[in-house]
Design a binder for this molecule. Structure first.
Ligand code: FDP
Length: 332
């Protein structure tokens, strides 16, 4: 045959083999199929959003006190629909729902924590946003207490960068993998991600407009280190972290403690622990990196007490995160 056809391994084929190799059940496949369907659905709405008028605001304010965008609601509804159809989800936490969403409390197998559309400042421009999720499993060895899981207890975590067609997922003790969407809307070509050791490509990513509001020791660390690395900031965690995974370096959203208007301080940081910080921390760890909070403590060890709790976040190449953790652990 003269034709020059190329075939790529799909995510689902990759996952089937992964489950088979590790002697796992098919339940996780059903859950992942639902998340893939949700992501594709959201991707379609987002791609055509500018023409159809979906990229604006609703009249509501969410639990975080932020204006809700039309796409936030659309993405949330799509994800809830697909998760419900699986019958495998015990309960879910969504950025767009004040309460924990119960599904199949007795028969479900997984807890799903997700932000269906993260990076709202990019939405009205149609620029990259993220669909982030973390998955934990029911206690199969004894009674289930339905507690919120820490990142170290996740079995998988991932993110779709929408509408760029990239999907990254990490499995516990089985690495971080990146896929790209093809013309049939399948995510294909698994590439294992490992943070590069060569500091020559490393980048720093943070909202520089906030730098004078950080703790003084963080400001000093930035002053001493920023010229060593390229600076990039997209303003959507999934997109910024996507770059760090490929290039190395560090993304940070420190606590805001020195704002000229004290009401605007955010001593607990801005990002949400369960469906933002722990998700990227989990992917980063599986790619050889690390993530800590404002005290220099590992993000993955934080036991959530509230499903919408916030945390400061420093995530990326281990030597850089270890270096700032050393500073963060020192008293002010
Ligand atoms: P956004 O508020 O635009 O939804 O989770 C919130 C988040 O985006 C992250 O995706 C992003 O990294 C960060 O906040 C951006 O915050 P700033 O606009 O303060 O830089």
């Amino acid at each position: 045959m003269g034709c020059d056809m190329q075939f790529e391994q799909t995510f689902m084929n990759f996952l089937l083999h992964h489950q088979e190799k590790h002697n796992r059940t098919y339940h996780f496949l059903i859950l992942m199929d639902a998340l893939m369907s949700a992501a594709k659905h959201i991707q379609c709405y987002y791609l055509t959003g500018a023409l159809k008028g979906h990229l604006g605001f609703t009249d509501t304010i969410n639990v975080q006190g932020e204006d809700v965008m039309q796409m936030d609601e659309i993405a949330h509804e799509i994800t809830i629909h697909h998760l419900r159809t699986t019958g495998r989800v015990i309960h879910a936490v969504s950025e767009e729902s004040e309460e924990i969403i119960p599904f199949n409390l007795d028969g479900g197998r997984y807890f799903v924590y997700f932000d269906p559309l993260d990076g709202s400042s990019n939405v009205c421009h149609g620029l990259p946003v993220g669909f982030l999720f973390g998955i934990a499993k029911r206690n199969l060895k004894g009674p289930e207490d339905y507690r919120l899981r820490a990142g170290k207890d996740y079995i998988a975590a991932g993110m779709f960068v929408i509408p760029t067609g990239t999907f990254t997922i990490a499995f516990r003790q089985a690495g971080t993998w990146r896929f790209n969407i093809d013309e049939t809307m399948n995510y294909v070509r698994p590439v294992r991600m490992t943070l590069p050791e060569d500091t020559g490509t490393w980048e720093l990513s943070f909202n520089s407009a906030n730098r004078n509001t950080y703790a003084h020791k963080v400001q000093e660390w930035i002053d001493m280190n920023e010229r060593k690395y390229a600076f990039r900031y997209l303003g959507a965690l999934a997109g910024d972290f996507h770059r760090i995974l490929g290039k190395g370096g560090m993304f940070m959203y420190p606590a805001i403690v020195n704002h000229p208007n004290p009401k605007k301080n955010r001593p607990d940081g801005k990002l949400r622990l369960m469906y933002e910080a722990s998700v990227v921390a989990f992917m980063c760890k599986e790619a050889g990196g690390h993530a800590v909070d404002e005290k220099g403590a590992p993000i993955l060890d934080i036991q959530p007490t509230n499903h919408h709790q916030r945390t400061a976040l420093y995530v990326g190449s281990k030597p850089l995160v270890d270096d700032i953790a050393r500073i963060l652990k020192k008293s002010a």
